[in-house]
Design a protein around this ligand. Sequence first.
Ligand code: MG
Length: 379
Amino acid sequence: MATKELKNFAVLPNESKGRLHKETQSNYRNEFQRDRDRIIHCSAFRRLEYKTQVFVNHEGDMFRTRLTHSIEVSQIGRTIARALNVNEDLTEAICLAHDLGHTPFGHAGQDALNKCMRDFGGFEHNLQSLRIVDILEQRYLDFPGLNLTFETREGILKHCSKKNALKLGELGERFLNNNQPSLEAQIANVADEIAYNNHDIDDGLRAGLLSFEILNESDFFLEQYEMVCEKCKELNQRQIRHEVVRNMINYIVSDLIETSKIIIDECKPNNVNSVRNSEKLLIKMSLLVEKKHKDLKFLLRKKLYQHEQVNLMTKKAKETVTYLFKTYMKKPELLTNELQRKIKLYDKKQHEQKKARMIADYIAGMTDRFALSECDRIT
Ligand code: MG
């Protein structure tokens, strides 16, 4: 989309607050296209293919992984951004990067790693995504990380404690002042929620952990389900599943776009700074649809995320991550040569703290299957 078509409250590439390390401009791509391309080419992005969303990757080839999830989030995000005439490239970059910091085994892995890191500053996947793009990726001669623009980094940092925000300079300010991020970042955030609610229904049904009967406890699902069955009586179960999920996404996204248009019209932000200074989020669903969406999320939490089969996986995941962390801490000689060399460079005072962070970075970067095979190797 040409820049001239964007609304004045969109983030414009030539008005970016810039990168941590200064660079020359590209002849062919704007700054946010470059950010997106750097994310696609980085190794943390490729590893998302073998990281769990809800179902462990090796449970089947048909389920979502963090990679396919990120692509679905970006599809939904781009649709919303384009409909609202804000920056589609920036939205896409944020969506593709939003889960880079996830540990193996989804939230179970992150909870376990956070617990292991309790005495060393904790672990938070959102902050880890930022760490990856700012420091951990090593691809360029002139700087560490991917050197992304302020606006993409702003979107990646979805939430942050005040304590951590204080260490982040301008990027952390909004968490201290209770300000909002750009509309593009707000869109990426909601697109994430819409994507996982709906694909978890699809995957949950496919895995046999959910059924139409269970999901019909949600008024929203029931309403869409009945509409689909009414429209076509000859559909098989799989077609019904896809049709209902598709209709639900469409329903929520349409409501989100129309409601956000009204809110933006009322608030009349005249540039991205008035979006940031606004007291409330401007990208929102209507109250009615928000409630439907939340009810469904609640049902999924009860019936899917706490399903005994998922709980079993969660338990194993926590044990694996905890075992890896504790073993590496005790026996750093089991780490890669490169990590061992780096650890030896720290002086005594910083040693344990730095070692723990380095091990956390290493474990967080693992895919599910690598974490399992590492566990076997070091046992
Ligand atoms: Mg996500």
